[in-house]
Design a binder for this molecule. Structure first.
Ligand code: ATP
Ligand code: MG
Length: 424
């Protein structure tokens, strides 16, 4: 029979890897909580219309990356390609933006039908954060400082913060005209993709990953020159704050977003250690989105980080993140009677010692094969319950990793002995 395999670009995360994921997730969660952000969970499926209206029809995501299908009622549904749209939808649906600010975060799988390669998958995972209802640059600074603290807490060094401003929609509109003018004059230097984007979404041309486009992009006019005083001050407020907080950054005038709802601040954290897929976190202000989805005009800013890429980075740094999955003890049970009493004894121990990690041999097996399993489990000690031990109320305690004398411990005092051992 032909083996059924996982879908291309969608990966299993095996037990050897999940510890690193948990370390990352737990650290991020702790940092977010320290800044007063609360978690929101939304469905993985949404109405297709939500993404068309929020992300926009002329973006890569909506044009060619979405997993869209009809359900049994004939509704067009889409597996979420990102988390912001669902978050805003939920906020509007439950009145969370009504006369109040919100600090929220989410995490989970996202789906995009891209060409799979290292750091680019069809199911991938993001943790994202959104702040609603605050228009000033202070919240922009807070959000960026959160990301900087994340790297600090995770022990990740060497990321570069790239920063840009996209101005207001009006400023961008004027810039857009100048950019299209420039691109038209240099049309012969553009690749096919860029020629198409020049008409539909010219800012995306600046985001081209084609090296042959580098020169023409470098010569393009800069949005900075089209900013009014207010946008300029907003940006300077942030850069001043970053300098004072000791967070280094570079201004990258080519850093853009294809979406119209973005405004002013955009930023990315980039590494050169992961090859072509070097952006581990991307964010920005999106003051237009809430209104675009039917809410009242509400300023907002957020970011999303790519878990796979950060996990790969932790791995590349050989960061010791692996929380200890190994049991402290493995209970070897010899004989029918012992295998019955063993599970009960183990329950008593777990009850007494809430932190004890104890694995019980199930499914029988010879003394030798049980010891092999004990060894493979990574446990520090094997506990042995056989006929003799049952008869005299003891348990054998054998050290699996150290050259220490075997002990015979009363069942009554076993919890105390294990407490000593786990505390060593
Ligand atoms: P790119 O230009 O690399 O396609 P993007 O602009 O589509 O990135 P965002 O939508 O901003 O990416 O997503 C935020 C982050 O999520 C990215 O910086 C990246 O770390 C991660 N990410 C995005 N798409 C994928 C994917 N297909 N596989 C793995 N991680 C991804
Ligand atoms: Mg993409």
């Amino acid at each position: 029979m032909k083996k059924i395999q996982a879908i291309r670009g969608m990966h299993d995360i095996l037990p050897e890897e999940t510890a690193r994921w948990r370390y990352l997730e737990a650290t991020v969660r702790r940092v977010f909580q320290r800044y007063g952000y609360r978690e929101i969970r939304t469905p993985i499926l949404e109405m297709t219309e939500l993404f068309k209206r929020s992300i926009g029809e002329v973006t890569d995501i909506v044009e060619k990356e979405m997993y869209t299908f009809e359900d049994r009622n004939g509704d067009s549904l889409t597996l979420r390609p990102e988390g912001t749209a669902g978050c805003v939808r939920a906020c509007l649906e439950h009145g969370l933006l009504h006369n109040q600010v919100q600090r929220l975060w989410y995490q989970g799988p996202m789906f995009r039908h891209e060409r799979p390669q290292k750091g680019r998958y069809r199911q991938f995972h993001q943790i994202g954060l959104e702040a609603f209802g605050m228009a000033g640059p202070d919240i922009d600074l807070e959000v960026i400082l959160i990301t900087a603290r994340l790297w600090h807490e995770l022990g990740i060094q060497g990321l570069e913060l790239q920063l840009n401003t996209l101005g207001t929609p009006e400023e961008r509109h004027r810039y857009r005209a100048a950019l299209v003018d420039y691109l038209r004059r240099n049309e012969s230097a553009l690749d096919e993709d860029s020629r198409r984007r020049m008409e539909s979404n010219p800012l995306r041309v600046l985001d081209s990953k084609n090296p042959a486009m580098a020169e023409v992009i470098a010569g393009a006019p800069s949005l900075m020159e089209y900013l009014e005083e207010e946008s300029r001050q907003h940006f300077e407020w942030i850069t001043r704050g970053l300098v004072e907080a000791g967070v280094e950054y570079v201004v990258n005038p080519r850093l853009v977003r294809g979406l119209d709802y973005y405004s002013r601040t955009v930023f990315e954290w980039v590494t050169d250690r992961l090859g072509a897929q070097g952006t581990v976190c991307a964010g920005g202000r999106y003051d237009g989105l809430v209104e675009q989805l039917g809410g009242r005009p509400t300023p907002a800013i957020g970011f999303a980080l790519g878990i796979e890429r950060l996990v790969a980075l932790l791995e590349a740094m050989e960061k010791e993140t692996v929380e200890d999955d190994r049991p402290h003890a493995y209970l070897v049970l010899v004989g029918e009677a012992a295998s019955e009493k063993g599970l009960v004894l183990a329950e008593r121990l777990r009850h007494r010692l809430p932190d004890l990690k104890l694995q019980v041999n199930c499914g029988g097996g010879s003394f030798k094969s049980q010891f092999r399993r004990a060894d493979r489990s990574g446990a520090r000690v094997a506990l042995i319950l056989g006929e003799a031990e049952l008869a005299n109320g003891t348990v054998g305690l054998k050290w699996l990793r150290e050259d220490r004398e075997q002990e015979q411990v009363d069942q009554e005092s076993l919890a105390n002995r294990l407490q000593q051992i786990t505390g060593e």
